[in-house]
Design a protein around this ligand. Structure first.
Ligand code: SF4
Length: 217
């Protein structure tokens, strides 16, 4: 698809906005998403309990990157910022085969734990959809992924930002939706998707997904 660069939008006619949102949704599908939906930003719930779950019990990555708590903005600021958006594109990618991504199950020939990588595809789509939206004039487009950039980008190495102040992937690394306090399972249910706990019995899980989102306007 040839991309037409647009001037930055200040006010977008509703018809243009709806048509562009559809283009961004299709882009997510083209890039490998198993589903994508246009959502109203007001459908998102930011909940203190979700943020608490980053530290109780403590996620391996809490405090290990600037994209994880406690380094992210407080939830009142996040609520105010999210309230300025009208629409976002939400998408999901399938995690398959599930057994390779079940905690502790499979390492590849380089000894890399696949469990750490299941948000990688989601992060690529977040980046590309946000870029396309920016090119089409939505200069406040902002994408969030799932999981920690320390896993899906830096493969568990020491965070270079925390070590020396220079992130290895400054444009690709994003906070997870859940790290921003978004109740991801709530929005998944609202759009009619299913999610199951990814634990250590893959044969009992009908499907596993990773979810990402790009605020557009
Ligand atoms: S250096 Fe790696 S772990 Fe640190 S913020 Fe950047 S992507 Fe994340």
């Amino acid at each position: 698809m040839e991309i037409k660069i647009s001037p930055f939008h200040i006010r977008v006619p509703e018809k243009t906005l709806m048509s562009d949102l559809d283009i961004f949704k299709q882009k997510a599908i083209e890039l490998g998403a198993a589903g994508a939906e246009i959502i109203e930003a007001s459908q998102l719930v930011v909940d203190e309990r979700v943020r608490l779950k980053c530290t109780i019990p403590r996620c391996l990555r809490a405090g290990e990157t600037p994209n994880c708590p406690p380094y992210l903005p407080d939830l009142d600021f996040i609520r105010k910022a999210f309230a300025r958006y009208s629409y976002a594109v939400l998408f999901k990618t399938l995690i398959a085969p599930i057994e390779e991504f079940t905690p502790g199950h499979t390492k590849d020939k380089n000894g890399l734990d696949h469990t750490l990588l299941f948000h990688l595809k989601t992060s690529k789509i977040v980046y590309e959809v946000e870029k396309l939206a920016y090119q089409k004039g939505y200069y406040l487009a902002m994408g969030l992924g799932g999981g920690s950039c320390k896993d899906y980008l830096c493969h568990g190495q020491v965070c270079q930002y925390k070590d020396s102040g220079r992130c290895r992937f400054p444009h690709r690394a994003r906070p997870a939706m859940e790290a921003m306090g978004i109740d991801v399972f709530d929005i998944i249910r609202k759009v009619g998707w299913d999610a199951y706990p990814l634990l250590d019995a893959p044969e009992k899980i009908p499907c596993a997904t990773s979810v990402g989102m790009v605020f557009i306007y």
